[in-house]
Design a protein around this ligand. Sequence first.
Ligand code: GCW
Length: 702
Amino acid sequence: MLKKISFLLLFISSTAWADDGYRLWLKFDLIKNPTQRATYAKFSQFIYTEQQDAISQTASKELQTSLQGLLGKRIPIAKNIQDKKGGILLKVSATDAKTQALADDGFAIYTQNNNIVVSSKNPSGALYGAFALLRRIQTGLDISKIDIADSPKVRLRMLNHWDNPLGTIERGYAGSSLWKWYELPEVIDQRYIDYARANASVGINAVVLNNVNASARFLTDEYLQKVKALAAVFRPYGIKVFLSLNFAAPKILGKTKNSDPLAPEIRTWWNNKTQEIYKLIPDFGGYLVKANSEGEPGPQDFGRTHADGANMLAEALKPHQGIVIWRAFVYAADPKGDRFKEAYKDFKPLDGTFADNVMVQVKNGPIDFQSREPFHPLFGAMPKTPLAMEFQLTQEYLGFSTNLVYEAPLFKECLDSDTYVQGKGSTVAKVVDGSLDKHTLTAIVGVANTGSDRNWTGHLMSQANWYAFGRLAWNHALSSEQIAEEWIKMTLTQHPQSVTVIQDVMLKSREIYVDFTTPLGLHHVMGQNIHFGPEPWLERSARPDWTAIYYHRADSLGLGFNRTATGSNALSLYSPEVQQLWGNPDTCPLPYLLWFHHVPWTKQLSTGKSLWDEFSSRYYKGVASVEWMQKQWKSVANQIDPAIFADVDGRLAAQHREALNWRDACVLYFQQYANQPIPAPYPKPTRSLAEMKKIVEIYQLR
Ligand code: GCW
């Protein structure tokens, strides 16, 4: 009996306290302070919209349920407004003075006759306005005199899922795929709806459902029915569905002779297939294509160019207003070359040859989502082609789901970089948002970090990366600080001191990760297959540009990849101003140093230390900073839900263990070349290089 009672108590106390993170930043718990509640309640007597379309209806429903949670009272949906006061009006009108200057999806929120009006040009704008209003209430801002207008800076704010048909996710660290293909189209999981809500709440309006290493299966009727079912769930949230396609699909599914994009038979196949899709999903967004990259089929298999391939698909999509997003992540294996230059070499000459419904999607950096990369040289180099920015939210090279890395500073660093292509101020952001070259087709894309884990992203703090991505895709001018503050207040705590502590940890977290893994511009020294942990000694792989030594070039003289004129000259792909900024090892900013220079171990850096001393110290500093993060987190224990606190606390401890592995492996490995002692006051690692190799090897075993 006693046992039963204590079990019951345990159950009650754990359900009463434990927050499993499922609700993300959309908690809408009762506002504790009654006075504050009352000020919001003054404007929440009713909700009214004239619009009958599904998206506007979602907007008013979201307002209703969320406000009910925040204010603890039911809010009626009014049938008319007449002389009613104290409510929220959703107004969709292209002629309203307040909406005229807005872009599509933008909104204005203002007070009028003691009501709050959310005014927009299209229904999606009403939805984004509703969530913006809710965010203000959730974070405790005053709305009594609200008067704001906000428009997205890019048209497509998109997630790319690298989800496979059998439920696995390429580079996914939060469980398996969200999409249960075998249950679809009959079973609609509540998660699909909650996922759509979360996206809409930050302005994400497009998703690619499947991996860019694409199975042709998604283009079969059976799977298109499943895609149709998901599109129907997402539609009321203003989200369009796209598919990644396998370029060899005509041959695989249609048994054609080949998949040559210039062959009439192949063009007909794609035209028919595209028509079939639009019959099922009239607002289908289009195709994402990874071609002739890492073994995927593509037009070059038939002596054609990327533009030939993209334009063939563009022609099929054009009558339906669909678009092609063609990835620039290509790199031929050239043992003497520099992978840094490959995509540029292939794509730059094609500028101006793509159809007008084609975008080229470029990763933020020239190699592959490293913890720090210089901006990709294609940004600014293809003025006649709309370029989509591809970021990676899933932490393939940022410590999977055991490391706390807030990515907003990484995204911002790239977006704020100056290409100088049209003089000072020609930032990457301006290339991407179309303002530099007057493009209207614009996109910012994130490789999703979501999965079937109850808290969606594995590491609870990685939810912030999904959130920050959406906010920055909407407005790249927002600061990392503001975004972090919003997210913390909605997700973790509103306790002022704790908000400051957590925000500080988040803002420093990316630099800390860089310090204990790849300081001063070192890159691509991670474990070979799963990209986990350090493997700087990796000398042999299927391709030279998959090894570590290809990138770090350590020898007895120094460290780093010489990409100046005396080396690979990849620097020459940038504007003269950028070359000047990065081209001289004496003045190159330290974060990029080893990206562009082979630096002598003994060279004195701007910090006053030699390269070896600075480089090795960073690893020690990085580990100490993880300890600092652990301490900071413990200091907010009383202000955080216990289950969330414990989970993040555990992951920080795992991160500390991993940081020590990185430090000892890298310091000992590079010390062989530098041939110098560990600088004071740091102790020598207690483990040997041989031991470190053993530890790391485990991760590469199958
Ligand atoms: O980062 C690399 C990953 C691959 C991925 C590829 C790509 C989808 O290691 O797993 O494949 O990039 O972006 O195409």
